[in-house]
Write a new protein. Sequence first.
Length: 117
Amino acid sequence: MKISMKNVVVFVRDQAVARKFYVEQLGLPLVEQTQMMMEFFPGEGARFGVAVALHEAAMPLVGRHTGITLRVPELVELYKSLTAAGVKFAEPLEASPWGRMAVVCDPDGNQIALVDR
């Protein structure tokens, strides 16, 4: 039996607002969109999903630290662009032993770490 990861999902309240953030501001490559979910990152590997929290069990999962980290080689430029657009950060851009890192908040407060390596 072969088990593989399909996706990791973040729950949001409003897909249109989330799309503006994830596609237009963050610049993630959108692969597929339905009425209730968007999936990012084409290819054979796992995808990143953003789904509307419709079920009451999903509602408490909106607006939290997700544990997701995205690699952004041009992190300084993205950070400046997002900051200028008024995007909130839970942790500002900082240097660390493993590179630069910032933790961005989507419009619902979901926190995603951004690193440059």
